[in-house]
Design a protein around this ligand. Sequence first.
Ligand code: ZN
Length: 222
Amino acid sequence: MTYLHKDISGNVIDLEVGKAVCIGRNYMDHINELGNAVPTSPLLFMKPKTAFCDFSSPFPIPQHQGECHNELEIALLLKSKLTNASSNDVLAAIWGVGLGLDLTLRDVQQSLKEKGQPWERAKAFDDSCPVSNFVPIEQFSDLQDLHFWLDINGERRQTGHTALMLTNIVDMLCVMSRAFTLLPGDVVLTGTPKGVGPLCVGDHIDASLVDFMTLSTSVIKE
Ligand code: ZN
């Protein structure tokens, strides 16, 4: 089914679906769990629009490519263009806030890392970016005080608090917009806290952007 951006009531938002721009290694606890180095400048990567699917509906994971890991992240939907943005400009460019899963083929990524190759095969495959409906930005007083969590089969796997980001949302959007233009309909994924691990077909998933939304879904075969 073709993915469309939707608001919290399930109405389609009039923004063309664009790309996902993502930041890696933005929470210290996740850097430590994978034994990665702390980046000296933000680590950025992208997913194409074919990566998007609806997080609140059952979503598929690739088979026979090793472990496919959950990375629950705060997702930002953009409503205006950002190029070389300054910190005064960026908040006005956000349509709303939701949840995204940066699905990652961890074994594939490990082998790409060892060869010094780009990560697209591990992170940009079809349906690698389930995203929730979006809550309008007007409903948030502080984007750096959002709590979120992910349960797999009733057990808490991830808890996050945006206060713990290494690069905050305003700085992140500035840095991204200097690397490549962000367009209306693009989605920014803001990094995962610790608790990444393998997903299996049949897993039941609950995820929450605390005080704003909770969703229930499951993992299905491709
Ligand atoms: Zn991620």
